[in-house]
Design a protein around this ligand. Structure first.
Ligand code: ADP
Ligand code: MG
Length: 709
């Protein structure tokens, strides 16, 4: 096989003319031999078994039978003609039926010679029949390299209508194997093959397209899944190592006054062990010479904010600036107020920058950032604007990272300060925090180039939130419950869905809901706040603040309060039309309560009409408070692409592996990728020759997903 054989344009494969080539390119993205080879079947028809007519069951499954045609006749019907043939073996007889292509069948099928037929059977009036069977002469069948497990390839309607059926694809694949003589080079190292007992690449490719048995197929799938995940991990880890060795970071050598003072005298509570561990991990990164790129995962309420603050204090103590970016204005304001209070006895300055910061204030902030008078900047996307220039940004923190795109993360990179020598910019250390607990397997794929810290422990004394599901018909009971809680001094959230497509309807629901709440909970005994996206920022702040200060007992809101908001005295979260929310959103919303010492409640209100998925979501919420468990269910319900949003789903366009089902293989792939790169970072040993080559090819032909550029 020539070295570039696999890069040959698909037009050159025997059986592919310009028409077919165009269709293959357009419909399946197949441009080269390689692309065709990597078109893996979606499923297989098991043709390892041959049935006797006497063994057929009424299950309507696909079966394969050997027998002969004895008669063919045309049967006239009201709705047109059909062709019926009698098919027999030594145990009985059945009918084969054609509605289309009758002329061709009549002219081409031979009587009284053995055929292998394949298809779905019907059972009617005591007889089995098979419409439009696939038929092949037994003699040809025995010679065919098409295997017993027959692959079913991905296809499109257009392909099918243009005559490029599964059978045709199958034929092209055979042709490709004939031309290549199944001479495909190995792509993994001998030691990996050996230690995982993997079959060779050539054997795997053959058996994925023409498996001889279920067992052969399983081994081929395992090998190819491993390989796919291995190269993705290799790329991500390589990037991470490169960053560590090549990308210089600021070294924060000392643990200074602010940090120590805060730690010794102003911590409002004792840190959990998980918080301590994570702070240590961050400190270690900040003290090394390399740039930190760390993901901090922790369920809602696990206390990530204090970790962020202490990390920023380390930066400040070392003479650097730090910033914290939040996805919403409400959250940014809350962080600002909270951190301002915590830092009041420290020697550090903090400011807030959002879209609604006044021009004069904005100017002042810009100046103080550039001359170094400002240590810590909290804000929204506004931080990313070009006008925002730091004197020496040493640490950038992104809260609720899942709300931002990869792009925004990389924008922060360029906000760094000059190096000590003053001749180049060094990117700031980056800490991204997320409370959408992503299953570890998914995190490995999406954030594989980041180091991961996990806060897997909630602060002590938290009671599990009691979650119940109530139908709209029970609303009065729910109102009574709310009243009792308010009389005990607690506060209540009531959240309405706001989905873009039906925005005006949703606002109507929200306002109707608000009015009925105000009727049910009249002033002056009760005070009700309302916050939604169409309000002016100043009004939102005003209402939010009234609730934070405890002046109002009920907060009616859309999901703008979903992330981050912290009002420890709020103990009840009511979610209206809960069936319309996704699982992670429900979990985030529930995380707004249960932040104080009291027993908290989450009430999921729905109508009686519930889809199966909605039922699963509600049951999951009622069953567990564990964010990781919830995210696993979410992943199963929605699939990985939906969870991360399109901008991050590239890595998930996997050809054969499945991040949910193959998480064990993913873990193995990751650990082998780490092992290989630890020992041989440049892949220059003889042992890793095949890996180096394959990796280079993948990058060259863009067959591997490009992570952040
Ligand atoms: P999240 O991880 O969701 O951002 P926060 O940082 O907002 O969580 O913390 C949630 C609440 O828990 C806050 O009121 C915070 O003050 C409190 N908290 C954080 N850590 C601890 C701790 N170690 N002990 C007690 N309370 C804590
Ligand atoms: Mg938070």
């Amino acid at each position: 096989m020539k070295p570039n054989f696999l890069q040959t344009p698909i037009d050159y494969l025997k059986g592919v003319g310009p028409n077919r080539a165009n269709l293959l390119k357009k419909e399946l993205g197949i441009h080269t031999f390689q692309d065709l080879l990597n078109l893996f079947p979606n499923r297989y028809l098991d043709r390892t078994q041959y049935y006797k007519i006497g063994q057929l069951q009424r299950t309507n499954a696909e079966v394969q039978i050997i027998g002969k045609l004895t008669h063919i006749k045309t049967v006239e019907q009201k709705r047109g003609k059909r062709l019926v043939a009698k098919f027999v073996d030594d145990t009985g007889s059945m009918e084969l039926v054609w509605f289309r292509g009758q002329k061709w069948v009549r002219e081409n099928l031979k009587l009284n010679v053995p055929y292998v037929i394949f298809g779905k059977t019907n059972f009617y009036n005591g007889n089995f029949s098979m419409p439009h069977p696939e038929m092949e002469l037994l003699e040809a069948h025995e010679k065919s390299i098409r295997s017993a497990m027959q692959p079913v390839y991905p296809s499109t309607e257009k392909l099918n209508n243009s005559g490029i059926t599964n059978r045709v694809i199958n034929g092209l694949m055979q042709q490709l194997f004939v031309e290549s003589k199944n001479n495909f080079s190995e792509t993994l190292s001998p030691s990996i093959l050996e230690s995982l007992k993997l079959i060779s690449k050539a054997e795997a490719l053959f058996n994925i397209h023409f498996p001889k048995s279920q067992m052969h197929l399983a081994r081929a799938q395992f090998r190819l899944k491993f390989e796919e995940l291995f190269y993705i991990q290799l790329q991500l880890i390589r990037k991470n190592l490169l960053q560590k060795s090549k990308i210089k970071g600021f070294t924060f050598e000392k643990i200074g006054d602010n940090f120590n003072n805060f730690y010794k005298h102003h911590l409002p509570f004792e840190l959990t062990n998980a918080q301590k561990r994570v702070i240590k991990e961050i400190r270690r990164d900040l003290g090394s010479k390399a740039q930190m790129n760390r993901l901090l995962q922790g369920d809602v309420g696990s206390g990530k904010t204090i970790v962020a603050l202490m990390s920023m204090l380390i930066a400040v103590d070392n003479g650097f600036q730090a910033c914290l970016m939040a996805p919403t204005e409400i959250l940014a304001v809350q962080h600002y107020n909270g951190l301002l209070a915590l830092c009041k006895n420290l020697n550090t300055s903090i400011e807030l920058l959002t879209g609604s910061t006044k021009t004069s204030k904005r100017k002042e902030i810009h100046e103080k950032l550039q001359n170094g008078d400002l240590n810590i900047l909290i804000g929204t996307h506004a931080l990313l604007e070009d006008k925002v220039k730091f004197k020496n940004l040493g640490l950038a923190i992104v809260d609720e990272q899942h709300r931002f795109g990869v792009e925004q993360r990389s924008k922060l990179w360029h906000k760094g300060g000059p190096s000590a020598a003053g001749n180049s910019t060094i990117p700031p250390h980056i800490l991204v925090m997320t409370a959408t607990p992503i299953p570890r397997t998914l995190a490995m794929s999406i954030y594989g180039d980041l180091d991961i810290s996990v806060i897997d422990e909630l602060p002590p004394g938290r009671k599990d939130i009691k979650t119940v599901h109530r139908f709209d018909a029970n609303r009065l009971k729910v109102f009574r419950f709310i009243k009792d809680e308010i009389l005990k001094g607690r506060q209540i959230y009531i959240v309405y869905p706001l989905i873009q497509e039906s925005e005006s309807m949703d606002y109507k629901d929200l306002m109707d809901g608000y009015e009925s709440i105000v009727r049910e909970f009249p002033q002056p005994e009760f005070q009700v706040s309302i916050v939604h996206g169409q309000m002016k920022p100043a009004d939102k702040d005003f209402e939010m603040n009234r609730f934070v200060k405890g002046e109002t007992q009920i907060m009616v809101a859309t999901t703008v309060i979903e992330v981050g908001v912290n009002v420890p005295n709020a103990s009840v979260m009511i979610i209206e039309s809960a069936e319309r929310f996704g699982l992670s959103q429900l979990h985030q919303l529930r995380g707004r309560v249960g932040r104080g010492a009291e027993q908290s409640y989450c009430i999921l209100m729905t109508s009686h009409k519930l889809s199966a998925d909605a039922k699963t979501r509600l049951e999951t919420m009622v069953r567990t408070n564990d964010g990781f468990e919830i995210s696993e269910v979410d992943l199963k319900l929605r699939g990985p692409g939906d969870i991360m949003g399109t901008q991050q789903s590239g890595v998930l366009n996997l050809r054969i592996a499945d991040i949910v089902k193959d998480s064990e293989i993913l873990k193995a792939a990751r650990s082998y990728a780490i092992k290989v790169l630890k020992v041989d970072p440049n892949l220059s040993t003889k042992e890793n020759f095949a890996i180096k080559n394959t990796y280079a090819q993948l990058v060259k032909y863009r067959n591997i997903w490009n992570y952040i550029s």
